[in-house]
Write a protein that binds this ligand. Structure first.
Ligand SMILES: O=C(O)CCC(=O)C(=O)O
Ligand SMILES: [Fe+2]
Length: 210
């Protein structure tokens, strides 16, 4: 069964160039060249033009936990609207279930330590984040540039490290087939060692965004 805010392995694998990482613990998919060079460069320009310090949904007292910058991408921007539509067609998820797209920008030394994208049900702010749209379901993330050194995304539980590569998309299901949260989705955006790193993330929700 696939809920309204969910993609599926069958959907993703039916599209040319999509590979599945072999793991019984986590549904993780990779596609190179999801975006072309020009699309990536346009999105990097937008992120460069406007960003703020990234924040955490559940602050844990570690000021070094997430040190990147975030760009709230305007859905009015044609390049952003085009990407949102492309992701929705690709994922098969109704765009009503999509959060607004976000860009992340990492300078040398910046990172996002190991975390999950779902909201912790025990956290104080769980209701604030999830009462309207529900839990996060799937994550789709696109690397917008080749990083000179560092900046990989590491999934520790399945021992998989993905190198940033311009235009490459990765996608994973934050939940297990039975709908429970999947702790094996734990991932770490490792420190950039040289150059900058830019990504865009699309998170989807159980219910329409609102
Ligand atoms: O930048 C990355 O490699 C991962 C970013 C991430 O995990 C997030 O923004 O939730
Ligand atoms: Fe994440």
């Amino acid at each position: 069964m696939t809920g309204p805010g969910e993609s599926s392995a069958a959907r993703l694998l039916s599209q040319a160039g999509v590979l599945r990482f072999p793991s019984s613990r986590l549904d993780l998919f990779i596609m190179r060249d999801f975006l072309g060079a020009e699309e990536c460069d346009d999105l990097v320009t937008i992120i460069e033009s406007q960003h703020r310090p990234s924040t955490l949904a559940d602050s844990n007292g570690d000021d070094a936990f997430r040190t990147s910058s975030t760009c709230d991408l305007s859905p009015q921007h044609p390049a952003v609207a085009a990407l949102a539509e492309k992701l929705s067609r690709f994922s098969g998820i109704d765009p009503a279930h999509a959060e607004p797209l976000q860009g992340q920008r990492y300078e040398v030394g910046q990172q996002f330590k190991a975390h999950t994208d779902y909201f912790e049900p025990q956290s104080a702010d769980y209701e604030t984040y999830c009462s309207v749209s529900g839990q996060r379901t799937w994550t789709f993330m696109v690397y917008l540039n080749n990083v000179n050194a560092g900046g990989a995304t590491r999934f520790r539980a399945i021992d998989k490290t993905i190198q940033p590569e311009r235009g490459k998309l990765i996608a994973w299901n934050n939940r297990k087939p039975d709908g429970s949260l999947n702790a094996a989705t734990l991932h770490h955006a490792m420190k950039v060692r040289a150059g900058r790193k830019y990504v865009i993330t699309q998170w989807y929700r159980e219910r329409p965004w609102g």
